[in-house]
Design a protein around this ligand. Structure first.
Ligand SMILES: Nc1ncnc2c1ncn2[C@@H]1O[C@H](COP(=O)(O)OP(=O)(O)O)[C@@H](O)[C@H]1O
Ligand SMILES: [Mg+2]
Length: 319
């Protein structure tokens, strides 16, 4: 089959960490033809979605053996061809945030792919619907106390009630812009002003969960079902657990309570065409639902001797 990935520049990806590369490698190992493109290479021509794309082949043996010689590339890319995306069996939208206007335009182009021939994941409509921070609030029964807004008084009241809180920009990823709010902090007002762009942009404020020091669990859901988990533990010098800021990865089990939570989430995720999703859980509470380009499968594979990339590819090619 033919699979296309809409991604950031391949040269910027980390083959041993990025789930996109795990899926590209798995598709190749399962005998599929893999193409890559970027959001700035998409067009609509005569009502159909087209892309300038390249064939990609990866060779990760050097990385596996941990002796990658310098100047040897781990991938080969063909010259570009203009291809109608209806000719693909599967199109993965795996561009990293920010979800800005360019990202949104790309989803409108992907809307025109004929669903009879081609599975697009995650669904462009679902990607537009699910802001990674706010979408989780549709399941607020699983979340810690959380508000979204830009009103200084409301934010102050919240911090007053919970003493310590976490502020999150709504478009952030990988720990970007996450701040701790404390009533005693002389910078509290400034932090609120800067983060809300002087009361113009809403942010998320959440009760600080002390359990965060034991880790932020990432559970990967495929078609709404949990297929693996990994715990990301903060370094000690840093309260955020994200791998991008040095969080250490650790083997994790999915608890019964988390399975129940995934059942509820899974139904809605399937309805919204959000087939490959990563949820974040701290101290048993849902804190985030990542839908754009969730990661974690490389780490789960190496800790649990799994091949989630192949599991995903087998599922998407059987739809
Ligand atoms: N409510 C919370 N209490 C304590 N720490 C938190 C809380 N929410 C997030 N964090 C810390 O911040 C990190 C990033 O938060 P998250 O909401 O997952 O945003 P991002 O999109 O940046 O990953 C988490 O890995 C965790 O370590
Ligand atoms: Mg997160």
């Amino acid at each position: 089959m033919k699979l296309a990935f809409v991604v950031d520049p391949i040269s910027e990806l980390e083959p041993n960490h990025d789930s996109t590369i795990a899926m590209i490698e798995a598709a190749q190992d399962l005998g599929h033809e893999v193409w890559v493109t970027k959001i700035n290479k998409l067009s609509i021509i005569e009502g159909k979605a087209w892309a300038r794309m390249s064939r990609i082949e990866v060779d990760l043996t050097f990385f596996r053996e941990k002796q990658k010689p310098k100047n040897i590339s781990w991938y080969e890319i063909s010259s570009q061809r203009l291809v109608c995306l209806d000719d693909m069996n599967v199109v993965f939208m795996r561009k990293d945030p920010p979800v800005n206007i360019r990202y949104l335009y790309a989803t409108y182009i992907l809307d025109l792919i004929n669903p009879i021939n081609t599975l697009v994941l995650n669904s462009p409509r679902g990607l537009r619907e699910a802001n990674e921070k706010i979408y989780a609030l549709q399941f607020h029964q699983f979340m810690p106390p959380t508000i979204v807004g830009k009103d200084k008084e409301i934010i102050h009241d919240f911090v007053h009630t919970y003493k310590t809180a976490v502020l999150k920009p709504l478009g952030g990823k990988a720990g970007e812009g996450i701040l701790i709010l404390n009533l005693q902090d002389p910078n509290l007002n400034s932090i609120i002003e800067i983060s809300t762009h002087q009361g113009q942009e809403p942010v998320m404020i959440q009760q600080f969960l002390p359990e965060a020091k034991y880790g932020d669990k990432r559970i990967i859901l495929l078609n709404g079902n949990p297929i693996g988990a990994v715990n990301r533990v903060p370094t000690g010098q840093e309260f955020r657990g994200n791998m991008a800021v040095g969080g250490r990865v650790e083997k994790a089990e999915i608890s019964l309570q988390e399975h129940d939570m995934c059942k509820v989430l899974g139904k809605k995720l399937r309805q919204d065409g959000l087939y490959f999703v990563g949820i974040d859980i701290i101290g048993g509470y849902l804190t985030e639902i990542n839908v754009t380009s969730p990661t974690g499968i490389r780490e789960i594979d190496s800790l649990d001797q799994k091949n989630l990339g192949q599991e995903v590819i087998k599922w998407v090619t059987s739809q």
